[in-house]
Design a binder for this molecule. Structure first.
Ligand code: ADP
Ligand code: ADP
Length: 232
């Protein structure tokens, strides 16, 4: 069955049509790339799937059920979590606080819950191979690759059924890209469906099972990555 089905979605910003009847389907448990050049409509699709904006037309099904994502809370409730390219971490909060939001500790039990929360975050980061990042560090003090890895770790912390990775390598290189490969394999083993948004074919080839190409707001086809040549 399909985890995600996007049907004939249209979205315009004034006179600019960002998505013009785009459709694609992602099978449960696969790693599916959404590949397209600048301006193809990838960011707009990410925002729709994250509940940040609504389509003018078209429909969305998650695990076979028709859904409307009216807000980010709807997306979270339905198990869709996004690691945004723009990095939506709050810079003057710590790593732990960012992961624990919107359940940041308050009230008389705040100190205890803060301690427990930090433990959970520490364990989570260690499980993901990010034990070298201090959960008490403020995000503003992290290097960009660390921030991007924490942006991804936060989405995973929220136990996604569908994980959207929006240009997840934009600040990563070398070993950090290997780290991302390990994380994607872990998601695959846990049955999490991954949508990998990218404009670079080599990384799609490395990480993904299938790809859908987006061009001028339309899907121009879906294929097995193994069947696609190098310069396509
Ligand atoms: P991509 O992520 O593939 O680069 P986008 O979804 O960002 O594509 O953009 C698709 C088209 O919509 C582009 O022409 C872009 O300039 C336009 N666009 C995106 N967001 C907005 C916006 N908030 N207001 C106006 N135009 C936008
Ligand atoms: P990306 O590489 O993720 O596509 P963009 O540079 O296309 O990034 O867009 C960055 C942000 O600016 C996005 O939130 C997008 O919606 C917005 N944006 C893109 N094009 C326009 C535009 N023409 N007018 C207003 N906002 C835009």
């Amino acid at each position: 069955g399909d985890a995600l089905e996007v049907e004939q979605v249209r979205k315009a910003y004034g006179a600019t049509v960002a998505l013009d009847g785009a459709s694609f389907a992602v099978s449960r448990g696969e790693v599916h790339a959404l590949l397209g050049e600048n301006g193809a409509g990838k960011s707009t699709m990410v925002k729709l799937l994250s509940g940040l904006i609504r389509p003018d037309r078209g429909s969305l099904r998650l695990f076979g059920a028709a859904v409307r994502l009216g807000s980010p809370a709807d997306a979270h409730r339905l198990g869709v979590q996004t690691a945004f390219q723009e990095m939506t971490l709050v810079k003057d909060l710590t790593v732990a606080e960012n992961l624990l939001l919107p359940n940041a500790p308050t009230g008389p039990l705040g100190q205890l819950r803060r301690y427990q929360g930090e433990r959970l975050v520490t364990e989570h980061l260690e499980r993901l191979g990010l034990g070298g990042i201090d959960p008490r560090a403020e995000v503003r003090d992290l290097e960009l690759p660390e921030r991007q890895k924490i942006e991804i770790a936060r989405a995973v912390f929220r136990r996604p059924r569908i994980l959207l990775l929006d240009e997840p390598t934009s600040t990563l290189s070398g070993r950090d890209i290997d780290w991302l490969g390990g994380l994607i394999e872990r998601m695959r083993n846990e049955g999490v469906t991954v949508v990998f948004i990218s404009h670079r074919m080599p990384e799609v080839r490395r990480f993904c099972d299938r790809l859908t190409v987006l061009r001028n707001g339309k899907d121009v086809g879906t294929a097995e990555v193994a069947d696609v040549g190098d310069d396509e």
